[in-house]
Design a protein around this ligand. Structure first.
Ligand SMILES: Cc1cc2nc3c(=O)[nH]c(=O)nc-3n(C[C@H](O)[C@H](O)[C@H](O)COP(=O)(O)OP(=O)(O)OC[C@H]3O[C@@H](n4cnc5c(N)ncnc54)[C@H](O)[C@@H]3O)c2cc1C
Ligand code: SF4
Length: 327
């Protein structure tokens, strides 16, 4: 581990000043950053603790819920208003990590967590464009069983890891970011970036900027929503494929849908095509057709080819469950 200094700031402006220094990193729960520092993947010279900042809490605001970036995963998952109005968000959090980790980890840190691609974290280092830009991608020809089949590039195929981010993307979450130049809002679907030729740039967050809060808008499809996660074992494991689905159903007919995939893509993958065609009376054929169409452009790299069919089945199952077997 590289030497670093540590400061715990009490105001947002002080934190931004300290966090804006070259090679500074914010720390919240520390469950991702400290791991990566121990592995020498992250090497901040300054660690800025943000846990004393007034960025916690979950409150009702006009049109939805505002969740502070420092709210803990466990608290958000257990909050009655999240459970009633955004069940997919609560379910995604409960399907993440372990109870101990969820008690410690913040939702801001969850959105910022980095990939688990083995080459990104390996101690005997192999080429990895995300860790060392321009060095190459070992996963394309190597162990890519967990990696993405959607949103990949020739430079990186790393799977995005967060479950929570998938539910938030599906339900039209909006992030408030605070930086030296003030506040700005970013749709959750635009916050994570495709790898393209710069896989080391993962978010629309400038150095020194903080995630302050998340807004979840109320909507009929948010209230009838769910998160289905398929993984190697049923707890304490990352997704092989997952789907966050929200449906507005009236009179037995789907009026509108919100869908995002996790586990199969380089960022939370909003299924825009599926959403556009998923309306009318639900049927098994409709669900399968939608899944086929959405995954048409997916590309496997050998060991992860299975994810394409798995993603289709995950979506069909999530839609079937959410329509209560009406299909
Ligand atoms: C064994 C294990 C299993 C896991 N399983 C899952 C899983 O199944 N699903 C899942 O989704 N996650 C899983 N995780 C990941 C876990 O959820 C994250 O480690 C956690 O959410 C990170 O939150 P944190 O507050 O600890 O972040 P930290 O480690 O404190 O920070 C992580 C990153 O976020 C930045 N950051 C933190 N807060 C802010 C902010 N407000 N503004 C700007 N930047 C910020 C930090 O600078 C750092 O770069 C697992 C982790 C472990 C260790
Ligand atoms: S997939 Fe991305 S993170 Fe994994 S080795 Fe390739 S460049 Fe690195």
């Amino acid at each position: 581990m590289h030497p670093f200094d540590y400061v715990r700031e009490k105001s947002v402006s002080e934190a931004m000043t300290a966090g804006g220094r070259t090679s500074a990193k914010f720390i919240a729960g520390g469950t991702n950053l400290v791991d990566l520092m121990k592995a020498d993947v992250e090497r901040p010279a300054h660690v800025v603790d943000i846990n004393a900042l007034p960025l916690g809490g979950i409150e009702e605001v006009a049109g939805g819920l505002r969740i502070g970036a420092l709210a803990r995963m466990a608290d958000v998952a257990a909050h009655p208003l999240v459970q009633q109005r955004f069940p997919a968000v609560s379910q995604a959090l409960l399907a993440s990590a372990s109870p101990q980790l969820r008690n410690a980890a913040s939702i801001g840190g969850n959105l910022m967590q980095r990939t688990r691609c083995p080459y990104f974290r390996e101690l005997i280092w192999t080429p990895c464009n995300k860790r060392e830009p321009g060095s190459g991608c070992s996963a394309r020809e190597g162990d890519n069983r967990m990696q993405a089949v959607v949103g990949t590039s020739e430079h990186c195929i790393a799977q995005h890891m967060s479950d929570f981010a998938v539910a938030v993307a599906a339900l039209d979450g909006v992030l408030t970011l605070r930086g030296p130049n003030g506040e700005r809002k970013v749709n959750a679907t635009d916050f994570h970036l495709l790898p393209g030729s710069t896989p080391h740039i993962e978010h629309d967050l400038k150095h020194g900027e903080l995630i302050a809060s998340l807004f979840l808008p109320d909507a009929p499809h948010a209230q009838r929503s769910s998160y289905l996660k398929v993984r190697d074992r049923t707890s304490y494991e990352f997704a092989l494929a997952s789907a966050a689905v929200g449906l507005h159903i009236e009179g037995g007919v789907i009026r509108s849908a919100r869908i995002a995939f996790g586990g199969i893509a380089t960022k939370p993958w909003r299924a825009r095509f599926a959403e556009a065609v998923l309306f009318g009376k639900p049927s098994p054929k409709m669900f399968r057709d939608v899944a086929e169409a959405e995954l048409k452009g997916a590309k496997g790299y050998g060991m992860n080819d299975y994810k394409i069919e798995l993603a289709k089945r995950t979506l069909v199952r999530a839609l079937t469950d959410l329509t209560g077997g009406a299909a």
